[in-house]
Design a protein around this ligand. Structure first.
Ligand SMILES: Nc1ncnc2c1ncn2[C@@H]1O[C@H](COP(=O)(O)OP(=O)(O)OP(=O)(O)O)[C@@H](O)[C@H]1O
Ligand SMILES: [Mg+2]
Length: 455
C-alpha cells in the first residue's frame, strides 16, 4: 500500500462569476461586515456560514449536513465558495453540481462516493531523512549514450545545497534529475530531497533572491537552518481519494481478452469498494500510530434538487459512516418532485434527509445592495460604468435577478466599445437589455404566446 509520493489531485474550479469573493468578510466576533471580502449584505447567511467554518475547523461537524436555500441569484454558490476560501488549502473542499452524477460511464453512487472521499483529508506527519538547502549548483553530467545511437544521456547530476550552517555537494542518480526538472528547480530555490525515495520537493525561492524580481506568485522562504543532511518532519496533506487512486490497479489481467478490453474501454482505473475498505484500514492504522490525522472537509453539492432518490438514499447512508465530511447542499427550488419518484417534497429532498439538515436561508437583495455588487463586478471585470447606468442596472436587477444584470455588463461594454467609448452608459445597458431578456420575462412571453410555440 503506497501512502507516500501521493500527488494531491484537487478538482479545478470554474469560478469566473465569483472571482471577486475572497472570504466571508466577518469580524472577530463573527458578525458580518456589510461589505467585506467581496461580499455584500446577506448578513445572517454569512454569519451562519462562519459558524459552519468554525465547526469544520474544530472538527465538530463531520457527518453533518447544511442546506442553503433561497431564490436564484441570492449568493448561495458565492457563500459556499467563500467558505472554501475561509477554510484555506489545508482543509479539503470539494465542489460538485447535482447533475454531475448522471454519466453514461460511471454509476451515480460511484461519482458521489468519489467526491465524498475528495472531501476527506489525511494529514500525514513523518520524520524523514532529507537533504535540504538552497540550491547553489545544478549540473547534469552527460556521457555518450552507452547503447550507441545519437545524443547523450545524463549519467549523474551534481547538486550543491547550502544552509545557514554549511554546504554540501551531492552526486545524484539521473532519475532524480527528472524530478528536479519536474519541480522546475533552479539555483536559488530551497528544496529538500528525501534520502530514501529520492523524491524532490521545492519549497520556494530563497529569501536572498527576494528583491531580484517582484513576482507575486513566488513564495519566498528563509535559508534552512541546521545541517544539509538531517532528519525533518515532513507534513503531507492528501485526500482519501488521492490514496484510492494511488492504490488502484489497472483493470483486467494479462491475457489477450482483457488486454483487448482495456483498449476498447477508456483508460480508467477501477476503484472498488474493497479497495476503499483496504485504504480505510491502513488509514486507521496510521491514525492509531499517531502518524496521520483525519481532516474532514466539505463536500458542496450545488443544485441538489438534481439528485434522485437513489443518490439521496446512498448519501444519507454515507453520512452515517465513521469517516464522513460535512456536506453543504444548495438549491433554489421550493416544493418540487423528488427525482425518480412522484413524491413532492420541500426543495425536492426526501423528508428523512431534510430532517437532519441545518438550513441557511438566503434572501433577495435590496436595490442598493445590488448596486454595490454590480459595481464590484464591474471593477473585477475592469469595466467603467456611469452612475445612471449603474442605478438603471440595479433597478432592473430588483425586477429581474442579480445574475441577469451582472451578465449584461460584458455585452454592454461591447456596445460602448463599438461607439468608441470606454465607459458604459445607460443607453448601452438599455440596448443590451432589449436584446437579451431575462428568465422571468421569457416565461411570461411563453405563457402569453402559448399557441405560437411547439408543445
Ligand atoms: N452577497 C454578495 N456579494 C457579492 N457578490 C454576490 C453576492 N451574492 C451574489 N453575488 C454574485 O452574484 C452572482 C449570482 O450569485 P450566486 O451564483 O451565488 O447565486 P445563487 O444563489 O447560487 O443562485 P442559483 O440559485 O441560481 O444558483 C454571482 O456572480 C455571485 O458571485
Ligand atoms: Mg448557485
Amino acid at each position: 500500500m503506497k501512502i507516500e509520493e501521493v500527488k494531491s489531485s484537487s478538482k479545478t474550479q470554474r469560478i469566473s462569476a465569483h472571482t471577486h469573493i475572497k472570504g466571508l468578510g466577518l469580524d472577530d466576533s463573527g458578525f458580518a461586515i456589510q461589505f467585506a471580502a467581496g461580499l455584500v449584505g446577506q448578513d445572517s447567511a454569512r454569519e451562519a456560514a462562519g459558524i459552519v467554518v468554525d465547526l469544520v475547523k474544530s472538527k465538530k461537524m463531520a457527518g453533518r449536513a447544511v442546506l442553503m436555500a433561497g431564490p436564484p441569484g441570492t449568493g448561495k454558490t458565492a457563500i459556499a465558495l467563500a467558505i472554501a476560501q475561509e477554510l484555506g488549502n489545508k482543509v479539503p473542499f470539494c465542489p460538485m453540481v447535482g447533475s454531475e452524477v448522471y454519466s453514461s460511464e460511471i454509476k451515480k453512487t460511484e461519482v458521489l462516493m468519489e467526491n465524498f472521499r475528495r472531501a476527506i483529508g489525511l494529514r500525514i506527519k513523518e520524520t524523514k531523512e532529507v537533504y535540504e538547502g538552497e540550491v547553489t549548483e545544478l549540473t547534469p553530467v552527460e556521457t555518450e549514450n552507452p547503447m550507441g545511437g545519437y545524443g547523450k544521456t545524463v549519467s549523474q547530476v551534481i547538486v550543491g545545497l547550502k544552509t545557514a550552517k554549511g554546504t554540501k555537494q551531492l552526486k545524484l542518480d539521473p532519475s532524480i534529475y527528472q524530478s528536479l526538472q519536474k519541480e522546475k528547480v533552479e539555483t536559488g530555490d530551497v528544496i529538500y530531497i528525501e534520502a530514501n525515495s529520492g523524491a524532490v520537493k521545492r519549497q520556494g525561492r530563497s529569501d536572498n533572491y527576494a528583491t531580484e524580481f517582484d513576482l507575486e506568485a513566488e513564495e519566498y522562504v528563509p535559508l534552512p537552518k541546521g545541517e544539509v543532511h538531517k532528519k525533518k518532519e515532513v507534513v503531507q496533506d492528501v485526500t482519501l481519494h488521492d490514496l484510492d487512486v494511488a492504490n488502484a490497479k489497472p483493470q483486467g489481467g494479462q491475457d489477450i481478452m482483457s488486454m483487448m478490453g482495456q483498449l476498447m474501454k477508456p483508460k480508467k482505473t477501477e476503484i472498488t469498494d474493497k479497495l476503499r475498505k483496504e485504504v480505510n484500514k491502513i488509514v486507521n492504522q496510521y491514525i492509531d500510530q499517531g502518524i496521520a490525522e483525519l481532516v474532514p472537509g466539505v463536500l458542496f453539492i450545488d443544485e441538489v434538487h438534481m439528485l434522485d432518490i437513489e443518490t439521496f438514499t446512498y448519501l444519507h447512508r454515507s453520512l452515517e459512516s465513521a469517516i464522513a465530511p460535512i456536506v453543504i447542499f444548495a438549491t433554489n427550488r421550493g416544493r418540487c418532485v423528488i427525482r425518480g419518484t412522484d413524491v413532492v417534497a420541500p426543495h425536492g429532498i426526501p423528508l428523512d434527509l431534510l430532517d437532519r439538515l441545518l438550513i441557511i436561508r438566503t434572501l433577495p437583495y435590496s436595490t442598493s445592495e445590488i448596486e454595490q455588487i454590480v459595481k464590484l463586478r464591474a471593477v473585477t471585470e475592469g469595466l467603467q460604468v456611469e452612475d445612471d447606468a449603474l442605478s438603471y442596472l440595479s433597478e432592473l436587477g430588483t425586477r429581474t435577478t442579480l445574475r441577469y444584470v451582472i451578465q449584461l455588463l460584458t455585452p454592454a461594454s461591447l456596445t460602448a466599445k463599438i461607439d468608441g467609448r470606454t465607459t458604459i452608459k445607460k443607453e448601452d445597458v438599455e440596448e443590451i437589455a432589449s436584446l437579451f431578456i431575462d428568465a422571468k420575462s421569457s416565461a411570461k412571453i411563453l405563457t402569453q404566446n402559448k399557441d405560437k410555440f411547439m408543445m
